[in-house]
Ligand binder design. Structure first.
Ligand code: CP
Length: 317
């Protein structure tokens, strides 16, 4: 049984197959044609954390394929009362595929280990495979083909999103340069980093000019923890860490000045939600090179392909 968790298990050919399927599924949808390859199929969506894009894109996507989604907010379930393994095994009896936004990747892996139905990591502390593949789809569209995506630069903090994007890029032959003064400790996966470095060209540098030179795409994500804030103000207990992070990460902010100076050709990317004024500026979000809303939309198209691929329905068209 196939699962989509960290992308460590997927080959280059697997990734290309999913991307190709996504292009076809998107073209069919844009042409206004309907299809129902997942009629009477149920997608289970279990969320232990909040979401805008992941919930919307999975729910809209399964509907467009003729299937149905069930949204489970873990706070409204019995998970807190019992053993996780027992409860997730029961949950998986009610659907054909599970998308799990989990606090811990280990729990996604545990669910997948039961091999009852395919399991998708819908963003854990270590991985965000749907974001990575959606982002590669977006890059391929804006570069007029995957073969023209030569270099991705990641700015800010190394995290779950950078992990899976780096590994996907490395497997697909795209150079990935990371300009990040720190990694989120919870996100670190040494095995993933070793695999990415073994199969592709992954560089780490704090020299921004070097990192941005020749980049086709520049991507960032939050490095400020939103729990630090209350009513728009920093909570007193987080003031020191807030100031430390601002000092360390602000030089790596994705803004129009940086793009215009070092990489005027590069497209601006962010997985959203954006924390304006921290990892990205308003003038970068609104910059002519910004493609962040295309990224958001492509979550739906790539996830339709991921679901079809995991369920072994590769050619519904
Ligand atoms: N990028 C992303 O996963 O967005 P959400 O957290 O809104 O789902």
């Amino acid at each position: 049984m196939k699962h989509l968790i960290s992308l460590k298990e997927q080959t280059k050919e697997d990734l290309l197959e999913i991307l190709d399927l996504a292009k076809k599924v998107k073209a069919t949808y844009k042409a206004g044609e309907t299809m129902e390859p997942l009629k009477n199929k149920t997608l289970l969506m279990l969320f232990q954390k909040s979401s805008t894009r992941t919930r919307l894109s999975f729910e809209a996507g399964i509907t467009e394929l003729g299937g149905h989604a069930i949204f489970l907010d873990s706070r409204a379930t019995q998970f807190s009362l019992t053993d996780f393994g027992d409860e997730i095994k029961a949950v998986m009896r009610f659907g054909d595929i599970l998308m799990f936004r989990a606090m811990k990747a280990a729990d996604v892996e545990k669910a997948a280990g039961f091999n009852q139905i395919p399991v998708i990591d819908g963003c854990s502390e270590k991985y965000h495979p749907c974001q990575a593949l959606g982002d590669i789809l977006t890059m391929s569209e804006h570069a007029n083909g995957l073969e023209n995506v030569k270099k991705i630069t990641w700015l800010g903090i190394e995290n779950n999103v950078s992990n899976t994007l780096t590994l996907a890029g490395a497997k697909l032959g795209i150079e990935v340069t990371i300009a990040a003064p720190e990694a989120n400790p919870a996100s670190v996966d040494a095995e993933l980093n070793a695999q990415a470095s073994a199969v592709g060209k992954v560089t780490r540098t704090l020299n921004l000019a070097e990192a941005l030179a020749g980049a086709n795409f520049i991507h960032t994500d939050t490095w400020m923890d939103m729990e630090f804030f209350s009513d728009g103000k920093v909570k007193p207990q987080f003031e020191a860490e807030y100031e430390r992070r601002k000092r360390v990460f602000t030089p790596f902010q994705l803004n129009a000045g940086l793009i215009n100076t070092h990489a005027p050709q590069a497209k601006i990317m962010h997985c959203m939600p954006c924390h304006v004024g921290y990892e990205i500026s308003r003038d970068a979000i609104d910059h002519p090179n910004s493609i962040i809303f295309d990224q958001a939309e492509n979550r739906k198209h790539i996830q339709k392909a991921i679901i079809l691929w995991l369920l072994g329905i590769p050619s519904p068209l």
